[in-house]
Design a protein around this ligand. Structure first.
Ligand code: APR
Length: 253
């Protein structure tokens, strides 16, 4: 069993940092950012929609796209990989979960604290002043809905291209990586910075790096263990091994 190969490193770890990307949600049926364009939206390039400029040019169109993406995410369920990561929390001394995903599936799987580097589709804030809405705004004829506080145009609370990541989230993620002795990179192409830099930082700091991805990425050459497996399959296997007494799982091949 390929999962057994990483169990000794996990058992030795004092602080595990996990960073996930869109591949972690693939088995929940949530398409990755670039795969998402179907039906009406297939005529649009997501890179032309997920920007402040696109919102300024056609706020109603961008808002409608996010309403569509949010509904797809709400219809999805956490997969076995999300659930395994939530259980991993109780099997290691300390775990920090960082995600680039905006789908909220880690939280729905039971992970208690998720650092959302790219925000969340499940929240909305106003474009003009950043006022966060307590709940997702009701659909109104005037698209996008208006902010209850300042009357500004509502937008999803996600990081768009050409925007900076939330400072507090990025700093918390970097601090965790600096303190980690084991770093999991799961389901990410490791090409979008600054998130992609966290795996390299972990490697440079001497942490053990484990990558789970059916494909190779720029991080692969720097990883100590590479599992070319779907996360929804191999993460439950890892948890099963960790639940066994030390030594028994490692003999499982
Ligand atoms: N298990 C693990 N990995 C998988 C699986 C799976 N079942 N299915 C696909 N993958 C891998 C793919 O091989 C790919 O390397 O997941 C990765 C997804 O890469 P991207 O679509 O680029 O997603 P991500 O790395 O999260 O992108 C980072 O860029 O698209 C923008 O803002 C968006 O947050 C996103 C950021």
């Amino acid at each position: 069993m390929v999962a057994a190969s990483v169990v000794p490193a996990i058992r030795r770890a004092r602080h595990v940092v996990v960073m996930t990307g869109a591949g972690t949600s693939a088995e929940s049926g949530v398409p990755t950012f670039r795969e998402a364009q179907t039906g009406l939206w297939s005529q649009y390039d997501p890179l032309q929609l997920a920007t402040p400029e696109a919102f300024e040019e056609n706020a109603a169109l961008v808002w409608d796209w996010y309403v569509w993406r949010r509904n797809k995410v709400l219809a999805a369920e956490p997969n076995a990989g999300h659930l395994a990561l939530a259980e991993l929390e109780s099997l290691v001394p300390r775990l920090t979960l960082i995600t680039q995903n905006v789908d909220g599936l880690h939280q729905r799987a039971g992970s208690p604290h998720v650092i959302e580097l790219h925000g969340s589709l499940l929240r909305a804030r106003c474009f003009e002043r950043g006022h966060l809405a307590a709940t997702w705004p009701a659909c109104v004829p005037q698209n996008p809905p208006r902010c209850d506080v300042c009357g500004g145009r509502m937008r999803p609370d996600v990081v768009w291209f050409h925007e900076s990541l939330p400072t507090a989230a990025l700093q918390e993620a970097e601090q965790a990586v600096l303190a980690a002795d084991l770093f999991f990179s799961i389901g990410t192409s490791s090409v979008v910075y600054p998130a992609a830099g966290l795996g390299m930082l972990a490697s440079e700091r001497g942490a053990t790096v484990i990558e789970i991805n059916p494909s190779a990425t720029p991080l692969t050459p720097h990883a100590d263990h590479v599992l070319h497996e779907p996360s929804g399959r191999v993460l439950p296997d890892i948890i099963a091994c960790l639940r066994d007494p030390p030594g028994s799982a490692e003999s499982r091949r």
